[in-house]
Write a protein that binds this ligand. Structure first.
Ligand SMILES: Cc1cc2nc3c(=O)[nH]c(=O)nc-3n(C[C@H](O)[C@H](O)[C@H](O)COP(=O)(O)OP(=O)(O)OC[C@H]3O[C@@H](n4cnc5c(N)ncnc54)[C@H](O)[C@@H]3O)c2cc1C
Length: 478
């Protein structure tokens, strides 16, 4: 099959581009080598829609972060995606940080980003766990938090409603150019495409080099985190940033959409694109550095650790441009932080760069109709609903209070969950205190039943990650 546009990568960048381009009257395909959308960098990060005060002047990062931040409220409303405008405090706790603090204030001023400078007393009145060493705080009220993989999924669901296709487990291994465009060689056969967009995250350098030899090389920098349980939810109300250094934004405390707290990330150069393991050294850095800005850190509420890898470039800015010799091939390379905050603005930037020859459809969707309506019901509404839909009264995940009905829904939506991790990403069973100890076998049984596969075939995540080898439970003939 030949497509007009093929997007390599279903992370938040590829998905945002698919969402914004799906209004054009042309065929769009999104391919991803993973078993679910947004399963790499967009899956493991701080999930902050930064205000845009941090990137250096004159960078694409600065321009697109500020713009993206302003686009998010409407985008999330259209998608029905979570968006919490919690605001951020950047904490100066040493006089040596004053110059950088003043630079950040100046950038906020020049970019028309709302800000306020708080005294020690004003800051402590709003966030009692800020360190007593605090001198001043830069408050950035437009900073928000989202769930990046939820945004990617919901954007792709809308793109599918507009006619786009998504192929998972489809890895691009080689690219040739011909007179009509490009041939992508994949593990699912060749795909022809007039335009190609390389939004392959950590592998964007590899993909770019498949077409023409480039100088690009992603420098992988790992960020390690602790996750605190809901019991710590009142520890901070704002995102707490330290003053950034040449290594990055430093170790933060981030209240999440789902009322956990993240502590992290580190920023350590590693030699692998696959090194998402945590390390004793990395976690120790988090454990000690977090006390620079905060006190009373409730480390006894840690329920999990995780790591993500930044697809950074030595160059330190985003590269978003046409391939040197091919106008119809767009490379997005080095999309590290603030990639999430910038994602909708990046998509618009790509749209302008491509100047597509296709007309815009007479009508197309921008809103996502697939919501977890049950979660947003009042107790009385839930009670009434359960009387006619008893599967919503069967609580599968006790920690997060997720019902069987919600799990069934997320399996059967477009781009529905086909693995335990995909269910977890969509409706949260396994995200709570017991980390799936109780609900994982139940989710496995539901997946087997709903997908009409054997329990032994149910995957945790990628192909080959089967959870049980021999099932003696009640669904042998599923
Ligand atoms: C620790 C950490 C913290 C961060 N915090 C923030 C933050 O708070 N705010 C913020 O704005 N940004 C943050 N970022 C940056 C942000 O996460 C990234 O900019 C963003 O997620 C990149 O999205 P992407 O779509 O480019 O990459 P990805 O999400 O990795 O998507 C790329 C996709 O391409 C697919 N792919 C790769 N190669 C191939 C191939 N050959 N064939 C087919 N598919 C392929 C992959 O499977 C993947 O799904 C953080 C990053 C990290 C690591």
């Amino acid at each position: 099959m030949k497509y007009d546009i093929t997007i390599i990568g279903s992370g938040i960048i590829g998905s945002s581009i698919a969402y914004y381009l799906s209004k054009y009257d042309c065929s769009i395909l999104v391919v991803d080598k993973e078993n679910d959308v947004a399963n790499e960098v967009s899956m493991a990060n701080s999930a902050i829609v930064h205000a845009g005060h941090d990137p250096k002047p004159g960078t694409l990062k600065g321009e697109l972060n500020v713009k993206g931040n302003r686009m998010y409220p409407k985008l999330c409303e259209d998608l029905g995606a979570s968006y919490v405008n919690c605001g951020a405090f950047t904490v100066m706790y040493s006089e040596e940080q004053r110059e950088t603090f003043n630079d950040l204030v100046e950038r906020a001023k020049q970019r028309n980003i709302p800000y306020e400078i708080l005294s020690k007393e004003e800051a402590l009145a709003q966030e009692e766990n800020i360190t007593d060493n605090v001198i001043q705080v830069l408050s950035l009220p437009t900073t928000s938090i989202v769930i990046p993989w939820e945004i990617a999924l919901k954007e792709l669901q809308v793109a599918i409603l507009n006619g786009a296709e998504v192929k998972l487990n489809c890895e691009v291994n080689g690219i040739d150019a011909n007179d009509n465009g490009f041939i992508l060689h994949t593990n699912q056969g060749d795909i022809e495409s007039t335009y190609v967009i390389n939004s392959a995250g950590l592998f964007s350098d590899v993909v770019a080099n498949m077409l023409e030899p480039q100088e690009y090389e992603i420098n992988t920098r790992r960020g390690e985190y602790f996750v605190l349980s809901h019991d710590a939810k009142d520890f901070v109300n704002h995102i707490i940033y330290p003053i950034p250094t040449s290594k990055g934004k430093g170790i933060l405390a981030v209240p999440t959409v789902d009322k956990n707290i993240l502590l992290g990330p580190t920023a350590d150069k590693i030699d692998s694109k696959y090194g998402i393991n945590t390390t004793a050294d990395g976690l120790n850095q988090v454990r000690t550095s977090i006390f620079n800005c905060l006190k009373n850190v409730p480390l006894h509420h840690i329920i999990r650790t995780f790591a993500g890898i930044r697809p950074s470039l030595e160059y330190r800015d985003f590269i978003i441009k046409k391939a040197d010799n091919y106008d119809h091939f767009i490379n997005l390379i080095g999309i590290d932080s603030p990639g999430i905050a910038s994602a909708p603005a990046i998509a618009e930037y790509v749209e302008n760069l491509m100047d597509l020859p296709y007309p815009i459809k007479d009508s197309y969707e921008t809103k996502n109709p697939y919501h977890n309506a049950f979660q947003n019901m009042s107790v009385e509404e839930k009670d009434a609903y359960i009387k006619t839909h008893p599967e919503y009264g069967n609580i599968v995940c006790r920690c997060e209070q997720i019902s069987e009905g919600e799990i069934i829904d997320c399996i059967h939506q477009p781009l529905g969950a086909t693995s335990i991790k995909a269910v977890k990403k969509r409706v949260r069973p396994g995200m709570g205190k017991c980390q799936g100890g109780f609900c994982q076998p139940l989710v496995l049984e539901i997946l087997a039943r709903e997908l009409h596969i054997k329990p032994e075939e149910v995957l945790y995540d990628q192909i080959g990650s089967n959870v049980v080898l021999d099932w003696k439970g009640g669904h042998e003939d599923a």
